[in-house]
Design a protein around this ligand. Structure first.
Ligand SMILES: [Zn+2]
Ligand SMILES: [Zn+2]
Length: 382
C-alpha cells in the first residue's frame, strides 16, 4: 500500500509499505478514505518527539471503511463507514472504566502517563498511523464508531481529534454563564475551543494569535474578539485591559511547546530540549487568568518543565486542568450540535491534498503558507 513515512526532521515521503494485517482477534483493518494532518504531527515532523523512528507512518485523524475484522470483533462489520478516535485504548482497565481513554494503561508499555495514539512515535506505543491507504485498528470494538448517514466526511474527520479536543478544552475550563474565556492559539484546536465556549455559556470569547489570517478565522468561525500578538508589546497587559484589569475567568492554552515569543524559552525548550518545549504560552495563560480562575491546557508539552510560573498558580488560587481528550466522550454532544446545525467542524479544513503530495502538505502546514488552517489528506480511492 501507499503510506506516508518519516525519514527524519522535516523529511517525509510516500512509500510502498506492506498492508497491515489482523494481529489480535479484536483488531480491524480500516481502508482509509480521508485523514488529516494535525498540529501535533508537526512536533513529530520537526523531530521534537523522542523515539520517532525512520519509516514510521503518522496520522491519528482517520475516517474510512472497515475492510476486515478479527474473529472476536462484534460491533463492526466489513463495509461500515467509521470514524476512528486518535486514542487507542482497551476500554476496560482502571482508567478506561473511569472514562480516561487517553490514559489507558494497557496500550503503551513505554509510558506511565500517555496512552496509545496512532502514528505518534514509539513514545505513544509505536502504532502506525492512518496517513496511508490502510490502518490497523486495535480494540476495534472500543474506539471507532460507525459514522451516522447524515454526517459529512469532513465533519466526521474533525471529530477524530481537533474539534473534539477543542470542545474538551472548553469543558475543562468549567465555564460558567457569562464567563470571559481567553484562548491562546488560533490553530484548529484553539478555534474549536473558542467556538465550543459559546455552547457552554461564555459571555465573551477572546482569541490570541500572531497570524492575522487565523485571527480572521477566529472572528468568522468562532465569533470571537481577537488580540494580535504583533500589536501588543505585552499580551498579558492587553488581556488585563480587556477585562477591567481582573484577568479572564477561564484561559485555554491551545498553543503548546512550540510557541514563539521568547528566545530563551525557545532555545532551552525546542532546540536544546532542556525542557519539554517552551512554556511561554502556558505562562501567558497563567498570567492572564484572574485570581481564582481556571487554566485549561490543551497544548502538547514534553514531560519536564523548569520555567513554569507555578508559584503564581498557587498564589492566585488557579485551577489548572489538562489531559489529552478522551475523544469518544465528546462525540454524543458534538453530534447533537452538528445535527442541530450549530456548527460545521469541517469548515476548519482549509486544504485537500492527495496522499502522493503529503510532503507538500506538511511543508505548507508547518510554514503556515497559503493561509493554511488544517490540511485534509485524500486517498486515491476517492
Ligand atoms: Zn490530532
Ligand atoms: Zn484501558
Amino acid at each position: 500500500m501507499r503510506a506516508m513515512t518519516y525519514r527524519g526532521p522535516y523529511k517525509v515521503r510516500v512509500e510502498e509499505k506492506p498492508e497491515p494485517t489482523i494481529e489480535h482477534p479484536n483488531d480491524a483493518i480500516v481502508r482509509v478514505t480521508r485523514a488529516a494532518i494535525c498540529g501535533s504531527d508537526l512536533h513529530l515532523y520537526h523531530g521534537l518527539m523522542p523515539d520517532t523512528r525512520i519509516g514510521h507512518t503518522f496520522g491519528h485523524e482517520i475516517i474510512g471503511v472497515v475492510e476486515e475484522v478479527g474473529p472476536s470483533v462484534q460491533n463492526l462489520s466489513p463495509g461500515d463507514r467509521v470514524m476512528v478516535p486518535f486514542n487507542i485504548y482497551c476500554g476496560s482497565c482502571f482508567f478506561c472504566s473511569r472514562g480516561l481513554y487517553s490514559n489507558c494503561h494497557n496500550v503503551n508499555p513505554n509510558a506511565t502517563a500517555a496512552g496509545g495514539i496512532y502514528g505518534y512515535s514509539h513514545t505513544t506505543g509505536g502504532y502506525d498511523g492512518g496517513q496511508a491507504e490502510f490502518v490497523r485498528v486495535p480494540f476495534a470494538d472500543v474506539g471507532p464508531s460507525v459514522i451516522p448517514d447524515w454526517l459529512d466526511d469532513d465533519d466526521a474527520l474533525m471529530l477524530t481529534d481537533a474539534f473534539s479536543t477543542g470542545y474538551f478544552g472548553a469543558q475543562l475550563g468549567d465555564i460558567s454563564e457569562g464567563d470571559t474565556v481567553v484562548v491562546f492559539g488560533a490553530g484548529p484546536v484553539g478555534l474549536a475551543a473558542a467556538r465550543s465556549a459559546w455552547f457552554m455559556g461564555a459571555g465573551r470569547v477572546i482569541v490570541i494569535d500572531h497570524l492575522d489570517y487565523r485571527l480572521e478565522k477566529a472572528r468568522t468561525f468562532a465569533f470571537a474578539e481577537t488580540l494580535a500578538l504583533s500589536e501588543h508589546k505585552d499580551i498579558v497587559v492587553a488581556v488585563k485591559k480587556a477585562t477591567e484589569y481582573l484577568g479572564a475567568d477561564v484561559v485555554i492554552d491551545a498553543v503548546g511547546a512550540e510557541a514563539d515569543g521568547s528566545v530563551v524559552q525557545h532555545v532551552t525548550g525546542a532546540k536544546l530540549k532542556l525542557q519539554g518545549g517552551s512554556p511561554v504560552a502556558l505562562n501567558w495563560a497563567i498570567d492572564s487568568a484572574r485570581k481564582g480562575g481556571t487554566v485549561s491546557v490543551l497544548g502538547a508539552y514534553g514531560p519536564i518543565h523548569t520555567a513554569v510560573k507555578f508559584g503564581d498558580v498557587v498564589n492566585k488560587g488557579l485551577t489548572l486542568r489538562s489531559n489529552q481528550a478522551p475523544v469518544k466522550r465528546q462525540w454524543p454532544r458534538l453530534l447533537e450540535h452538528i445535527q442541530a446545525g450549530h456548527v460545521r467542524p469541517g469548515e476548519l479544513l482549509s486544504h485537500r491534498i492527495p496522499l502522493e503530495y503529503i510532503a507538500e502538505g506538511y511543508h505548507l502546514f508547518s510554514a503556515k503558507l497559503d493561509d493554511c488552517i488544517k490540511p485534509a489528506i485524500l486517498m486515491g480511492t476517492e
